[in-house]
Design a protein around this ligand. Structure first.
Ligand SMILES: CC(C)(COP(=O)(O)OP(=O)(O)OC[C@H]1O[C@@H](n2cnc3c(N)ncnc32)[C@H](O)[C@@H]1OP(=O)(O)O)[C@@H](O)C(=O)NCCC(=O)NCCS
Length: 177
């Protein structure tokens, strides 16, 4: 699939470049607080960030999953990423961002752009996301982009930095009216 670049008020969303590995590792993937509820272990070596970036590039080619690196317009430095995983007729979104950029509304504008992109893709009628019960910041982002909390999915995800046992999660969805 072709790589798409998305733009929000403050950010550019673009596919990862190999040079992003340093920023991915340093700014968020190695931060235990940022990765607390992620499904991947906190990176302890930059080789894990390199491998992640290469897997994202490969997934763009198959069209299975699109991951955009998030860069602020004033720089080309990656501060996070957002993914859309296509499982027609659904698409799942997931995101993460460096801690020093939290609570400035950035992910709300980024997630809205990814949601709009996903729902406009052929054959997609539902966009969804899951979120840890304790992850109030992410729940708020999903609410602010008009996703609706549907229910709790019991024992839905293993978040290895949090627990080795599968955790209950909220599921949120957006369906175009
Ligand atoms: C979740 C995350 C992406 C949010 O990004 P962000 O850019 O800070 O989000 P925004 O600033 O757009 O919105 C955050 C909202 O949550 C609120 N919030 C943040 N922490 C909160 C908390 N502990 N309790 C309640 N609300 C909280 C903020 O006040 C804000 O709401 P408001 O605009 O009504 O004031 C970011 O914290 C992150 O990367 N976390 C680690 C990765 C992660 O959890 N990803 C999601 C997995 S489902």
């Amino acid at each position: 699939m072709k790589s798409f670049i998305l733009e929000t008020q403050r950010t550019i969303l673009r596919p990862f470049k190999s040079k992003d590995a340093d920023a991915v590792f340093t700014s968020y993937a190695s931060d235990a607080e940022v990765s607390k509820f992620m499904t991947w272990p906190t990176h302890t070596n930059i080789s894990q960030s390199i491998e992640f970036i290469e897997s994202c590039k490969a997934n763009w080619v198959t069209g299975e999953e699109q991951t955009w690196g998030i860069v602020l317009k004033e720089s080309d430095i990656c501060i996070g990423c957002i993914s859309v995983r296509m499982t027609r007729p659904n698409a799942e979104i997931g995101y993460v961002m460096a801690r020093n950029h939290w609570n400035k509304g950035i992910m709300t504008e980024v997630a809205k752009a990814a949601l709009d992109w996903a729902i406009s893709q052929e054959g997609i009628v539902r966009v969804w996301a899951s979120c840890a019960l304790e992850n109030a910041g992410s729940q708020r982002v999903l609410e602010k982009i008009d996703m609706q909390q549907e229910r709790i999915l019991r024992k839905w995800l293993v978040q290895p930095n949090y627990s080795s046992e599968a955790q209950d999660c909220y599921v949120y969805s957006y369906i175009e009216a």
